[in-house]
Design a protein around this ligand. Structure first.
Ligand SMILES: Nc1ncnc2c1ncn2[C@@H]1O[C@H](COP(=O)(O)OP(=O)(O)OP(=O)(O)O)[C@@H](O)[C@H]1O
Length: 583
């Protein structure tokens, strides 16, 4: 990934050299026509003054003028189509690269990079780079070429003295240009940063809209959003103000140039060294310098904005992938899990959460992990899913360390039902068949039955075809959990991890589902089930129960053994039994 915007643009232009060359050729033709037109008009004026252009003789030069005008129009349309076609490709390419790059990052990466910032990068910043590769490149090329050709025509084609006099004010404009460039850059950098803040704020407020409303924070959130939006607009406005400060310098330079040219030109005409037509052509050509001057200001602004955007985008795109495939083993045949002396924390600087956890799970068996809130149960599952690497200790699956397996093999081997499952804006069927879109309808239905979901789905307006999620019907927390369980069952992954995945269903449904899962062991002997739960009724039938407290295993055994131990489990069990009898 190129380090600077300049390097990126060079690389991209190199890849699309045909489009850029075609656009450049068209611009060159436009510039030629534009210097030809004033000269042609100048010639006509001289012939008119001399009385040589009367009656029918006027048609041909007028026709030439019209044809040139039409050609300029056609070529202008042409270069825009060719060039913007190419520059839009850069935008598309960068967005796809960014998206793919993010897909190769582990959760640790997203602890640092916030979603709202990434959204801003994919929209606003990519737009800025795209414009730098499109509008800025061509306006820069067009402006420079027009400037050079107009100047050459003035100096070589008309009168070099007049040309030099007209150029006198231009160093002042170059100074003005140089003076504002750094300020424009800073203002754009701030504008992009504030836009990111706004996007972050929007994402946070909208994803937590219910909490925001319930707590009456809507006004506060809107005010915070408004402050970011205001800051972003102010910074963009500052950039525009600096650009606007450049515009009077252009006007002043051109007016001075025109005054000087007319003074000097008038003198030369009086001396008989210049014709009236030549002076007319010269002043028309001076008018053609307006565009290159304004183009310079515009290009400056676009490039500075693109540069500021690339400074934000490049480090993200250049960051190494954090989800790398370190092994090549696969597929996993049996859910034989060994965790030994596992120490795990969220990143190198965060406190350690698991302090030497050891456990084992064999195919055909059920292991329950229970413990107080914050004990590290979910963290353990994250370690098993290879979302976070152990600081010490080992995790082995089917006889090999997790790192020895291909990521893809691990994803296929482990079905994880998180505490808060995510449903896509798709039908219930497609949500269940996420890991196996090719599954037959009967298989989807069988998984839904096992997850005690089938009856609920039949009550939805279009049954399995009902669209759920963000743009569809909202499902209850318990229904969402059961969709996720059905999804995991349909995947045929040998190791099933349930992370408090039945917390939102009633105890009757819970025991129905757990019964079905235990039953499954007969049909799929290579499979094993690890259940993390707060509700001990969901753990009591497990082959082994592990109690996790403050990141350490404090008790382990069967339900009966743990009751006999009379520790945390037994106390919690009695408490939950009492609670159930009072309910
Ligand atoms: N992404 C994270 N970054 C840093 N610390 C985290 C992160 N997620 C969890 N923790 C910390 O790890 C500890 C254990 O959390 P964990 O979610 O594993 O507990 P748990 O036993 O699953 O709790 P619960 O039963 O409430 O779900 C907590 O102190 C928590 O603050």
């Amino acid at each position: 990934m190129p380090a600077t915007l300049g390097a990126l643009l060079r690389q991209f232009i190199g890849q699309h050299r045909r489009a850029y060359a075609a656009a450049a050729l068209m611009l060159f033709a436009i510039a030629l026509l534009q210097v030809w037109i004033p000269r042609h008009v100048g010639g006509m004026v001289d012939r008119l003054v001399a009385g040589g252009l009367r009656g029918d003789a006027l048609w041909a030069p007028l026709g030439g003028l019209l044809a040139a005008g039409l050609a300029v129009y056609g070529l202008r349309v042409g270069w825009r189509l060719v060039l913007f076609g190419a520059s839009f490709k850069l935008g598309q390419q960068l967005r796809v690269q960014l998206f793919e790059h993010l897909g190769r990052q582990a959760p640790a990466y997203f602890q640092v990079q916030r979603g709202g910032d990434l959204m801003a990068l994919a929209t606003n910043d990519v737009d800025a780079v795209e414009q730098a590769s499109g509008e800025a490149m061509l306006a820069g090329f067009d402006g420079t070429m027009t400037f050079v050709l107009v100047l050459l025509t003035m100096v070589v084609g008309i009168d070099w003295r007049l040309g030099l006099v007209a150029l006198l004010p231009f160093p002042f404009m170059a100074w003005a240009f140089w003076a504002i460039s750094e300020r424009v850059h800073q203002a754009w950098a701030q504008s992009l940063d504030h836009f990111s803040g706004m996007s972050r704020q929007a994402q946070q407020s909208l994803t937590n809209l219910r909490t925001v409303r319930a707590m009456g924070l809507a006004g506060q959130e809107a005010a915070a959003f408004g402050r970011w939006a205001e800051a972003s607009v102010q910074a963009s406005f500052r950039a525009q103000r600096w650009e606007a400060a450049y515009e009077p310098a252009v006007g002043l330079s051109l007016t001075t140039a025109t005054v000087l040219a007319l003074g000097m030109g008038g003198y030369l005409v009086a001396q008989g060294e210049l014709s009236v037509g030549q002076l007319t052509a010269f002043t028309m050509l001076l008018g053609h310098l307006i565009w290159p001057m304004f183009a310079a200001g515009w290009v400056l602004s676009l490039l500075e904005r693109g540069r500021a955007a690339w400074t934000r985008l490049a480090p993200v795109l250049q960051a190494p992938d954090t989800l790398v495939d370190s092994g090549d083993r696969g597929p996993v045949e049996r859910a034989r899990l060994r965790v030994s002396e596992l120490h795990l924390g969220y990143g190198p600087d965060a406190p350690e959460v698991l302090h030497g956890v050891t456990l084992a799970l064999d195919p055909g068996r059920v292991l329950a992990v229970v413990g107080p809130t914050g004990a590290g149960k979910t963290t353990l599952l994250r370690g098993l899913l290879r979302q976070w690497a152990p600081r010490q200790g080992a995790i082995e699956l089917d006889g090999a360390p997790l790192a020895a397996w291909r990521r893809e093999a691990l994803s296929a081997a482990i079905a994880w039902v998180p505490q808060e499952p995510f449903l896509f804006s798709a039908s219930v069927r497609d949500n269940i068949a996420l890991a196996r879109p090719e599954a037959r309808d009967e298989e989807v239905e069988a998984a839904a039955r096992l997850a005690a979901l089938h009856e609920d789905v039949l009550r939805l307006p279009q049954g399995y075809a009902t669209v759920v999620g963000e743009k569809g019907v909202s499902l209850s927390g318990g229904q969402r959990q059961r969709v996720a369980i059905a999804r995991a069952l349909l995947s045929h992954a040998p190791l099933l991890l349930l992370d408090d995945a039945l917390s939102a269903v009633d105890t009757g449904t819970e025991s129905q589902i757990l019964g079905a899962l235990r039953q499954l062991r007969q049909d799929r002997p290579a499979c094993a089930l690890l259940v993390v739960t707060h509700r001990l009724s969901a753990a009591m039938e497990a082959d082994e129960i592990v109690v996790l407290r403050e990141g350490r295993v404090s008790e382990r055994g069967t339900h009966a053994e743990l009751l006999a131990l009379n520790g945390w489990y037994a106390t919690q069990w009695r408490y939950q039994q009492l609670e159930a009898s009072l309910a």
